[in-house]
Design a protein around this ligand. Structure first.
Ligand code: AGP
Length: 600
């Protein structure tokens, strides 16, 4: 899931446009960066191992060009080094690429048999070689691209420069996102809207198997047979994406601290009256709800599963999209498939969604990015209003997903008349007071900083819980892992003693939450089992538990189960944040990760 930018202008210097665009796309991958541009008829390539800043420092101040393409990489094929960085030039063709060429080995052997020699380990260099081969064979760009589309398996968003056409950028798209921004005597190409918003809010969205030719004053888009397509020119409706960190040291901390606002923005249309609640989709015709997502979004689905099953008496299954797409799913018209995605570009989730659409079954989305690929493919979308989430580790998007799914479950309980109006109104009232409910938890940073000092040197940290608390343990564990690089595992509290408890030793940190009065006693006994083996236990609970054997008890307010996940998750997020900070990790851009995983 790399980031791609291109621009071609009549008289504007596009080098700053490329670099600014890459900076706004670095969340998509940041292990190496590069660009190529044409100057006085010569094609120049400049690429580095490292961040966009390193690339910028590598370019002579004042470098000028009217046409260029650029790339920030998340490595899929080949080590993180300069040779494997994009752009890749073979013969007359230079490209940047986001995606995976799945048949690259077969293509490489065929091209090597024709005399091609490849320097890198990248599948993108093979793609460049294939395009060069067809171009030399047909001496025709359209035929070249159409042949490429036929021959290549996998996913790609490609920006291409061709030596013989120094005033045109070519684009080709399948599965990986690509947009074309329309300006005044200057046009733009990017993987995602943030890269062009500083210059234009008008853009075209390329669909699969489409290709395009972009000059400074013309944008022409074709289908895979070479027929010109008239596409709708979109206008970005969201707020200005160029948010900054404000008073915070990291985007992640800013995004954690703004969660009351983002939760409220997300659920406000549905919580003021019972009529508002019924604006949410009617799910009563479905006998089963499947939830499909990845990573943190899947953890939000686990919370929804608990609420749908416990409070609406509806069977709900949660699947990892990467598994779902290859398994039998027993779909019928009585099954609703809900897809959760912050970015709306996750390849596995999009592929799973396409599978449900092929089966002509109903889909609903919980998505944060408007007009994203997943949003556009769904039958119906409920948008979270978390705003742009810059930090790779998801926080405000997760709680917005959980809040929206909780209100959806509440509306379903209301429609099925499982809850009386009075109970519904009481819960809605809690949601209306979310700011005051979360405030003390968000302000309790000294506690989380203290806990971080106690765990940041540890090698293994465990999170355990029962029912809803187990779903929360999974997200708490992922937060710690992905930003502090400390190994962590989430376990069902009752499962620990069936093997993993052998890993518990003196001072092993074990986190848990106990939010369900019907089963808390069981969780507490599991915690006592690990304390007796030397563990340091940290417990988040709304019960009045006085017990010195716990290292720390974090008390939260008593609220309904529809809100408890939001209260428990904030300490988990902040403990992970302060632990990573003590370790000096790159909190907003953790190693090996990227914000949207647009490859399998
Ligand atoms: C979140 O902390 C992770 N970075 C990651 O698991 C993420 O939730 C997952 O890749 C799904 O992304 P999506 O919500 O954009 O589909």
């Amino acid at each position: 899931m790399s980031g791609i930018v291109g621009s071609v202008s009549a008289k504007t210097n596009i080098i700053p446009i490329l670099l600014n665009g890459l900076k706004s796309l670095e969340y998509r991958g940041y292990d190496s960066a590069g660009l190529s541009y044409i100057k006085d008829g010569k094609l120049i390539i400049n690429k580095v191992k490292g961040r966009v800043k390193d690339l910028e420092n590598n370019i002579e101040k004042g470098t000028y060009s009217n046409i260029g393409i650029a790339h920030t990489r998340w490595a899929t094929h080949g080590k993180v080094n300069e040779t494997n960085a994009h752009p890749h030039q073979v013969g007359k063709i230079t490209i940047v690429h986001n995606g995976i060429i799945e048949n690259c080995n077969k293509l490489k052997h065929k091209l090597e048999d024709k005399g091609y020699i490849f320097k890198s380990e990248s599948d993108t260099e093979i793609a460049s070689g294939l395009l060069d081969y067809y171009y030399k064979k047909y001496q025709n760009i359209d035929k070249t691209i159409q042949k490429f589309i036929k021959k290549v398996d996998g996913s790609y968003a490609i920006c291409m420069l061709v030596q013989d056409y120094p005033d045109t950028i070519y684009v080709i798209k399948k599965d990986s996102p690509l947009i074309i921004g329309k300006g005044q005597d200057v046009n733009y190409i990017a993987s995602d809207v943030p890269a062009i918003l500083k210059y234009t809010k008008k853009y075209y969205i390329l669909e699969d198997y489409e290709y395009g030719k972009i000059t400074n004053n013309d944008i022409t888009i074709y289908d895979k047979e070479g027929n010109i397509i008239n596409k709708e020119l979109k206008e970005y409706q969201g707020s200005d994406l160029t948010s900054d960190k404000g008073i915070y040291e990291h985007y992640m901390l800013k995004e954690i601290m703004e969660q009351s606002t983002t939760i409220r923005q997300t659920i406000n249309p549905y919580i003021n009256t019972l009529e508002d609640l019924l604006k949410l989709p009617d799910l009563t015709k479905y006998t089963r709800i499947d939830i499909i997502a990845c990573g943190t979004a899947m953890h939000a689905g686990l919370v929804a599963k608990y609420l749908f099953e416990e409070y609406t008496n509806t069977k709900c299954e949660v699947f990892l999209a990467s598994e779902y797409r290859y398994q039998n799913n027993f779909l019928t018209e009585k099954v609703l498939s809900i897809f959760i995605s912050q970015s709306g570009e996750t390849a596995d989730t999009l592929a799973a969604l396409k599978k449900v659409k092929e089966a002509k079954c109903d889909t609903l989305g919980i998505v944060n990015v408007k007009e994203s690929s997943i949003a556009r493919a769904l039958n119906k979308v409920l948008y979270t209003e978390a705003g742009t989430e810059i930090a790779v580790a998801s926080t405000k998007a997760y709680t917005a997903q959980v809040a929206l799914l909780s209100v959806l479950a509440l509306s379903h309980a209301y429609r099925k008349q499982i809850f009386k109006e009075e109970k519904i109104l009481k819960i809605l009232n809690e949601f209306k007071n979310i700011d005051s409910i979360l405030k003390p938890i968000l302000e309790n940073t000294k506690t989380y900083e203290k806990i971080a000092t106690e765990i940041y040197t540890q090698h293994d940290v465990f999170y355990i819980g029962r029912g809803l608390d187990y779903a929360l343990a999974m997200e708490g564990s992922l937060k710690l892992k992905e930003i502090s690089y400390i190994h962590s595992e989430a376990y069902a509290a009752g499962e620990l003693k069936h093997g993993t408890i052998s890993l518990i030793t003196k001072d092993t940190p074990v986190f848990s939450s106990a939010t369900n009065k019907h089963i808390n006693a069981k969780t507490i006994s599991n915690l006592k089992e690990v304390i007796s083996r030397g563990a340091n236990c940290y417990l988040i609970t709304d019960e009045d538990i006085k017990d010195d054997s716990f290292k720390q008890i974090i008390k939260i307010q008593k609220v309904s189960m529809f809100l408890k996940p939001l209260l428990v998750m904030i300490p988990y997020q902040l403990i992970a944040y302060y632990t990573a900070k003590l370790k000096g990790c790159d909190i907003d851009k953790p190693r090996n990760l990227a914000k949207s995983v647009t490859v399998e």
